[in-house]
Design a protein around this ligand. Sequence first.
Ligand SMILES: Nc1ncnc2c1ncn2[C@@H]1O[C@H](COP(=O)(O)OP(=O)(O)OP(=O)(O)O)[C@@H](O)[C@H]1O
Length: 674
Amino acid sequence: MAQSTANGDGAGGTRGAPGNRDRRIFARGLRVLWVAMRAEPVVFLVAVFGASLHAAVTVASAEVLGRVTDQVILPAFQDGRTTAGALTAAAAALLAVGVLKAVGLGLRRLYAGLMQFRMQARYRRKVARKYLRLPLAWHHRHPAGQLLSNANADVEAAWQPLAPLPMVVGSLFMLVIAAVAMVFTDPVLALVGFVVFPLLFAVNVVFQRKAAPVATRAQALRAEVSEVAHESFDGALVVKTLGREDTETERFTAAAHRLRDAQIRVGRMRGLFDPVMEALPNLGVLGVLLVGAWRLSTDAIAVGDLVQMSYLFTLLALPIRSFGWLLGDMPRSVVGWDRVTTVLGADGAMEHGRARLDGGGGIGVSVRGLDFSYEDGGAARDLADDAAQAAATAAAAASPGGTAAADGARDGDRDGRTTVLHGVDLDIAPGRTVAVVGPTGSGKSTLTTLLMRLVDPDTGTVAYDGTDVRDLAPGEIPAAAALVPQSTFVFEDTVRDNVALDTGATDAEVWAALRLARADSFVAALPDGLDTALGERGASLSGGQRQRLALARAVVRRPRLLILDDATSAVDPQVEAQILAGLRETDLAATVVVVAYRRATIELADEVVYMEDGTVADRGPHAELLLRSPGYERLVTAYERAAEERAAAERAAAAGAPDQSAEGGPAAEEEALR
Ligand SMILES: Nc1ncnc2c1ncn2[C@@H]1O[C@H](COP(=O)(O)OP(=O)(O)OP(=O)(O)O)[C@@H](O)[C@H]1O
């Protein structure tokens, strides 16, 4: 179920007094910013130059306005005289100030954005590259939602402070020159500034401290809402079939209400804070005017000085707020950065050797003393699998002994891990076709991932042609072996690219693979043949068509070892048998390991490996196992009965009789067995 990613929940677990904690976060936030400054020094310096130019010209604009008041406007009012030269000079000065301010602002905004988005892109690439390098065992421990949030929300949060950073640097510069300008203009009026600006700053800090946790919570809740929505849409089939529409709607409503309340709290705080921040500089201006009027009456300052000072007050309010933006972004940035660096620093990448696989034809596989355990509380399962799991669980609960079978391979907890394969030994001669058969949860899929070296065993070895797979050079296994998993994935691309991927296979080779996978006729019937674009996850195809496409994708690589993990379950039994028979007849001569559930498929194999509770309970030709292994006999007979019942139900449905399968009879029984 959806879990709140709580993106950047405040201090991210930092303990201690609030003051210390804030200082620590600030120091760590600065270190994160330093990483970006080192990575993009030129872009950062241009942004800071723009910000400083804007800052200097802003202060200068107040000076220019003061002088224009004294030298052009006042004489015009007092004596009614003004010269064209003075007016032109005033206009030119104001124009120059305006243009320079615009240039500074443009440079600052452009380059701050450039820095922020470049850093985001760089770290998204790094994280995505790392994901692809990390082994499946690591992915088992990290749910997809978390990976998405690391690559997206966390990267964005980490670099969020880069947006206000140049402005903050420019504002610091502006404050210093403004303070100097004020003191030089009139030290007494400057005192008003020294009261008002620190006050503005303090209000800002107080607001950020109070608002940051509320805003962070709203951010986490936003992630929660999208996760709940994503889960409901993705699991639409489960939601509808189990009649969970109302429950899901309630779950979504509750999350949406939590988000609404958090947003309202943020809004309320802003509602209080914004007027205060608006009012303070204006009160400052009022103070300046009051004190200034007195200073004017004593001839201590000129009218221009007063105009300059009050203008400075209104100008400085916004830059001071930029400190608040930076401080407000820092806690989230630190948390985002921690999460991103945790991914980047994750180890567990598989070690490889240098050995190569020579020769052609099928690979001989030998497995010795294989033990494998999963970490408890591993990754959230794929929703498609969950759908099957939910149906199977419901059916298993209804069938005596079903639950026991489902938990077959599990071996109580051991150091937070559950052993699912124990001492598996297996020899598969080159070019042989072996069917792996066993009750649900007996470890068949796990075995296939070990055969492909998607994970490494706790103990024991898997060897290809006598070479331990851990000694093989990187890329050797994908070049020699192909796995077609239970749930197929279709890219949002053309049929050709979905099959060929990056193999550079010619159209003729793609067609040959499609023929072997019995996918050629449906592809030929598609509007644009190989060029037909397939929708997201191949939504425009049926389950069986998707599976055949995935099979063609494996076959086009001409693997020497082909592993099919229930890869043709959605394909018609006759077609499945044709595919397997075809695979045996081609010049591929591949070794084929097929996790099978149908008797017709099992019978096509040279040999059957029967698994129970994570071990190889028996192995041999199908006919022999039927005679000597009661568990095997029961399972295969049950498969057969379920298949027959389903065929009968289909025939009845075709003849217009009521659909029994709707009651969950044969279909549910088959699910229970699987
Ligand atoms: N990623 C995982 N994390 C934790 N446990 C897992 C994981 N994948 C599988 N398991 C557990 O390992 C055991 C063996 O699962 P596996 O999928 O290998 O069985 P199977 O024989 O292929 O089952 P099925 O026929 O239902 O596909 C099961 O108890 C399962 O719950």
